[in-house]
Design a binder for this molecule. Structure first.
Ligand code: ADP
Ligand code: MG
Length: 478
């Protein structure tokens, strides 16, 4: 039987406010355990939470950016459960009236664009952390994270493959960083994802029973966890079994998912409106002010890059993944006399390679956008070939100066004097009787041999186009 996967994601985004969602305690990461949880964060008797306006503004920003309705009146609710890292016995979240209603994001798939629905996004507080590693036979509790503002973004079950799920997640990850509402650090848990996965026979309308995969902390693991879970469910159903609705944990070392607990239902949480917090209300003006503060969003930038710079969808997607990368590209593309496609290739190829090798981000690049633009100018005006340009780039990366200086001092200027190239071609042909014979008997592949010899004789500096032309002429059009 042919099966179809159905995937919906719940993403928890830690908001970049300086203080907690309902208290003045700091949200900074990495402090000594339990030094940043105040009485409000752990709900000691007699304290009252106060809503952090900045967190609301960030939630509205996100809502507008995913084309969603903003609920001008939203309500905080208590979600009741017990866990050691939640000593207050309930989490303040939103249930019936979340701050952000229905919206969508557009992703790039292999077959073009696809809209992924967003069901809702609500504000809530994070819990503390249970630490298992450093305490033999015991569990440590660090409550620093308690009360850190989160926005949980719930998608519709609109994704049909692990690739689509990752594309959606990356798009969201890009978006929250453009909006400057989250640092996106997945290792530190600032951006976390639960994946809901089910399968159904292809063509069937009704959804299958889903499982929920918890807190997977990298794009690669999410893709693998979903793949594994799809296979597991298909195997189970094909063997006549049934999928149990449950929460499962992904183990990256074994590359498998295993049951963690049976799925709780909403009524298990005994949600009720938090009596300590009044409903949140905004007027149109607040929303319009947030709208005006929005930067150009990744999707709009992607489209603009495709239109203005004639880039492919894939190049545009990669270049707009981070705002700083997009800025770098534009800064170079706007000043070079070469074409934007060449700029894109250099950034996504050579430059990205160097950055990756040294584990640097684009803002730490040793070569500036202006410097790269001048290097590309020199390719464009035939001062150097693309191949020599890589040598120049390497020297630029090492801090040896600008393209022009390096080309001069290393004598890398391309030989474009056709007389000079012709002399070298003659030399090469004079000692290649055998290859000439092969060529003339129809083995046109040896043409590459002649080009190679000429390039070798000139240290790679002959203009490749001229070499080709002259060779063709001398050998009698091939
Ligand atoms: P809960 O709050 O219990 O996790 P929700 O109904 O809010 O349940 O759904 C959570 C997520 O599960 C949503 O992202 C939704 O798209 C997804 N989902 C719901 N049903 C399915 C299904 N049959 N297969 C895959 N995903 C699903
Ligand atoms: Mg859930």
């Amino acid at each position: 039987m042919k099966w179809e996967a159905v995937i919906g994601l719940e993403v928890h985004v830690q908001l970049l406010t300086r203080s907690k969602i309902f208290s003045a305690a700091s949200t900074a990461y990495g402090a000594a355990p339990n030094t940043q949880a105040c009485a409000v964060d752990i709900a000691l008797p007699g304290v009252l939470p106060v809503m952090n306006e900045e967190a609301a503004r960030m939630a509205v920003k996100l809502g507008l950016a995913v084309n969603a309705e903003i609920n001008q009146r939203s309500v905080f609710a208590r979600k009741n459960y017990f866990y050691p890292d939640l000593p207050k016995g309930y989490q303040i979240s939103q249930y019936e009236l979340p701050i952000v209603g229905q919206g969508y994001l557009t992703i790039e798939t292999g077959e073009g664009e696809k809209r992924i629905g967003i069901t809702r996004a609500h504000l809530e507080e994070d819990a503390g952390k249970s630490l298992h590693e450093d305490f033999h036979g015991m569990t440590g509790i660090d409550l620093n994270r308690a009360g850190t503002p989160l926005i949980e973004i719930v998608s519709e079950p609109d994704m049909r493959s692990s690739q689509e799920a990752v594309a959606y997640l990356k798009q969201l990850h890009t978006l929250v960083r453009y909006l400057d509402i989250c640092d996106g650090n997945m290792q530190e848990g600032s951006f976390r994802c639960d994946a809901n996965v089910s399968v159904r026979p292809a063509g069937q309308e009704e959804f299958g029973t889903r499982t929920e995969l918890k807190n997977i902390n990298s794009f690669r693991f999410i893709e693998r966890a979903i793949e594994y879970e799809i296979e597991r469910q298909i195997d189970l159903l094909e063997d006549g079994g049934e999928v149990v609705q449950e929460t499962r944990l992904y183990d990256p070392e074994k590359n498998e998912t295993r049951p963690m607990r049976t799925k709780e239902e909403a009524h298990d949480y005994r949600y009720f409106p938090d009596p300590d917090l009044p409903p949140m209300e905004f007027d149109d003006e607040f929303i319009e002010a947030v709208r005006r503060s929005l930067p150009e969003l990744p999707e709009a930038k992607r489209r603009r890059f495709m239109d203005r710079y004639a880039l492919s969808a894939d190049d545009a997607l990669q270049l707009t993944a981070e705002k700083e990368l997009a800025d770098y590209f534009e800064a170079a593309a706007e000043v070079t006399s070469g074409d934007a496609k060449t700029v894109a290739n250099w950034i996504l190829g050579e430059l990205s390679g160097y950055l990756n090798k040294e584990n640097k981000t684009i803002t730490e690049s040793s070569v500036s956008a202006a410097q790269l633009a001048r290097l590309i100018d020199r390719i464009h005006d035939n001062t150097i070939s693309g191949k020599i340009a890589k040598e120049v780039f390497e020297a630029m990366w090492r801090g040896e100066g600008d393209a022009d200086g390096i080309i001069d001092s290393k004598g890398l200027k391309q030989i474009t004097d056709s007389g000079a190239i012709e002399d070298i071609v003659e030399e090469v042909l004079a000692r290649s009787a055998q290859q000439i014979e092969q060529y003339q008997s129809g083995q046109t592949k040896v043409f590459g041999y002649f080009v190679g010899q000429v390039m070798k004789a000139t240290g790679g500096k002959a203009n490749p186009q001229q070499v080709n032309e002259i060779l063709r002429r001398k050998l009698g059009a091939g």
